[in-house]
Design a protein around this ligand. Structure first.
Ligand SMILES: NC(=O)c1ccc[n+]([C@@H]2O[C@H](COP(=O)([O-])OP(=O)(O)OC[C@H]3O[C@@H](n4cnc5c(N)ncnc54)[C@H](OP(=O)(O)O)[C@@H]3O)[C@@H](O)[C@H]2O)c1
Length: 258
């Protein structure tokens, strides 16, 4: 039977590249985002047939919306084998600015609560079936803090811890929780960054490596591997050295900044 991948963030960037990789591997796609028109026009431009995919419009920051999309997917297509929570936002913040507290709340709503709500409708069915992959797209930015990037870094640290917790809960059920930590991937999200992005990789190459990691059921994988080495070093670097390393680094741009 054809396997199904439920992918949020499918209207662009990493989610879209993953959708293409899963399609190439013969999976049916359940594609989720707010901009469903973007998904439709992409699917048509790539020559996908109606039987290959379905589109679910949802806002992951609204639990009822994304849970509803998951339930609709199960009802109309069946229980997916892979659920990939790729929807995410990355906006700089300045704690001294009142509006940026709302930016932080929004970031957590999309990147953290949105991820748990994405997985929620599938957990019970996957456990009963004894198989499945719940995939959280984290970030190397979740390993150490970065100036001006407190909301995003904290949210991605949260993704890493959340996925680890869920992995412990589902151990022995046959359902694997896979945390993917992208380094820098060329997508609309990174386009405006004002700092250097070492080992920046094209989205299709990232998607291929992620597809293989997810398929293997690995618990945690940083992509590209060079960034994985950096991530391991970052974990053990003393604060004093880390702070010196960051001195003078431009801050992540805030909302509305260029
Ligand atoms: N690119 C990188 O270098 C990089 C590095 C580390 C981690 N990541 C992570 O990888 C994931 C994908 O990033 P990307 O680079 O592909 O970003 P992107 O190109 O900006 O795409 C973000 C996707 O998330 C969706 N999204 C955002 N807010 C949403 C909401 N409230 N409800 C539903 N969908 C929402 C967007 O769809 P709509 O706007 O149509 O809803 C879009 O499809 C994110 O979690 C990001 O943090 C990326």
């Amino acid at each position: 039977m054809t396997r199904i991948a439920f992918i949020t963030g499918a209207s662009g960037g990493i989610g879209q590249a993953l959708a293409w990789r899963y399609h190439q591997a013969g999976w049916r796609l359940a594609l989720v985002a707010r901009r469903t028109v973007e998904i439709e026009s992409w699917a048509q431009s790539q020559g996908l047939k109606a039987a290959d995919y379905a589109v679910f419009g949802a806002d992951v920051a609204d639990p009822d919306s994304i849970i509803g999309a998951g339930q609709s997917c199960i009802a109309s297509m069946g229980l997916p084998e892979a659920v990939i929570a790729s929807a995410g936002i990355s906006i700089g913040m300045d704690t001294s600015v009142r509006e940026d507290i709302d930016v932080m709340a929004r970031t957590f709503a999309v990147n953290n609560v949105g991820m748990a709500a994405t997985f929620q409708p599938f957990v019970q069915g996957m456990v009963q079936r004894g198989s499945g992959r719940l995939v959280g797209i984290a970030s190397v930015a979740g390993i150490r803090g970065l100036p001006g990037h407190g909301a995003y870094c904290a949210s991605k640290a949260g993704v890493i811890s959340y996925c680890e917790s869920l992995r412990g809960e589902l151990r022995g059920t046959g359902v694997k929780v896979v945390t993917i930590g992208p380094g820098y991937v060329a997508t609309p999200l990174t386009q405006k960054n004002r700092y250097s992005m070492p080992f920046l990789m094209p989205a299709d190459k990232f998607a291929d490596a992620a597809f293989r990691a997810i398929d293997s059921g690995v618990s945690y994988r940083v992509i590209p591997w060079q960034m994985g080495v950096v991530a391991k070093l970052l974990r053990v670097l003393p604060d004093s050295l880390y702070d010196r390393l960051l001195a003078g680094r431009p801050r992540k741009h805030r909302q509305g900044e260029r």
